[in-house]
Design a binder for this molecule. Structure first.
Ligand code: FE
Length: 344
């Protein structure tokens, strides 16, 4: 009996050794990332991070609002250490409901310009997404284009394709216009814009570009990385459509073109906060920043990073320097205003 027990003890110790796979003096390093960015647009970078640091990244991807809800319901028990979203509005929302903690990192403060991160370190922008005007080459003379505001002019009746107001990109664009022009003027603008729609809003940004290429409208509003993605697509039809389209940078004589940031913050009560900070720092490194531009078609937040061929061809532009947190603060106002203007 005693022998049997001793044997059982040895067997248990052995299985535990096999299960954990190693001795205990080097604890397993990991970071749990909730990401609203789809896996293919972040995984290669995470793999590089793991290779460099030995820290494993456990990735949970999902819709941004669902991830926020999940974090709230998991509360203190959440396994998440870090939240990555593709817009500042969501990061602001996460901060407001107390999901994020302020991070003090000299690397991040040095790498990322102040306007692309929260002043108290609650979140950090990692790539820029520009939302310019796009037009069909040969159909529109770019000299006729100027600002987002001017798209409300009746001369553009039946000319414009843009996705629905339920999309955060349009909410943030509208929020930036409220910040620049006030609520009343922006409501008038939204009404004028809606009156110029070539069709009722449907599909995503790529669909607006395709619709313009197919002759359904002459002007689209879309994020540049969609056009970049189509230009470098394996699908010849996508490339052919994209080649008919050019980028126009609006508001270059005043505040600049509307941009948003994709970024991340560290979760309150994160169990692997230090690893999360290391990952944030890695994502602001030159290698990662270059990858964003070349593989994702987004603009680096860090200055003087090579942008790659496709972004170079879109040209240089002046970006609206508006503090990103305003986009979050004005989100609800923007949404109500778009609704009143009949922007479906
Ligand atoms: Fe997108």
């Amino acid at each position: 009996m005693r022998n049997a027990r001793a044997l059982l003890g040895v067997w248990l110790a052995l299985t535990m050794f096999i299960a954990t796979g190693c001795s205990s003096d080097e604890p397993h390093q990991e970071v749990n990332l909730y990401s609203a960015r789809i896996e293919s647009l972040i995984k290669p970078l995470l793999d590089q991070f793991t290779e460099q640091t030995g820290i494993q990244v456990n990735l949970v991807t999902g819709n941004a609002d669902e991830l926020l809800q999940r974090l709230q319901s998991e509360g203190r028990n959440t396994p998440a250490d870090m939240l990555l979203t593709t817009d500042a509005g969501r990061l602001h929302r996460a901060m407001e409901v107390g999901l994020l903690q302020p991070i003090d990192s000299a690397v991040l403060v040095e790498q990322i310009p102040a306007s692309y991160r929260h002043s108290d370190g609650y979140w950090f922008g990692l790539s820029l997404r520009a939302r310019p005007i796009m037009y069909v080459k040969g159909k529109i003379d770019p000299l006729e284009l100027s600002t987002y505001e001017a798209l409300a002019d009746p001369r553009w009746k039946n000319s414009i394709c843009v996705r629905s107001s339920s999309n955060i990109y349009n909410q943030s664009l509208t929020a930036s216009m409220i910040a620049a022009n006030g609520e009343e003027a922006t409501e008038q603008w939204a009404k004028g814009l809606v009156a110029n729609f070539a069709r009722s809003p449907q599909g995503g940004d790529r669909d607006q570009i395709s619709a313009a290429a197919a002759g359904q409208c002459d002007i689209a509003i879309a994020n540049t990385y969609y056009l970049a993605g189509m230009l470098t697509s394996n699908d010849p039809q996508q490339r052919e459509a994209a080649e008919k389209i050019a980028v126009f940078w609006p508001n270059q004589d005043d505040r600049g073109t509307h941009i948003n940031v994709s970024g991340a913050g560290v979760i309150n009560n994160a169990k692997n906060a230090e690893n999360a900070i290391k990952l944030l720092e890695f994502l602001s490194s030159e290698t990662a920043q270059q990858w964003y531009a070349e593989a994702n078609g987004e603009y680096p937040v860090v200055a003087n990073i090579a942008k790659g061929e496709v972004l170079e061809q879109f040209g240089e532009f002046r970006a609206d320097p508006l503090d990103m947190k305003i986009l979050g603060e004005l989100n609800a106002d923007a949404l109500r205003l778009m609704d009143r203007a009949g922007w479906q």
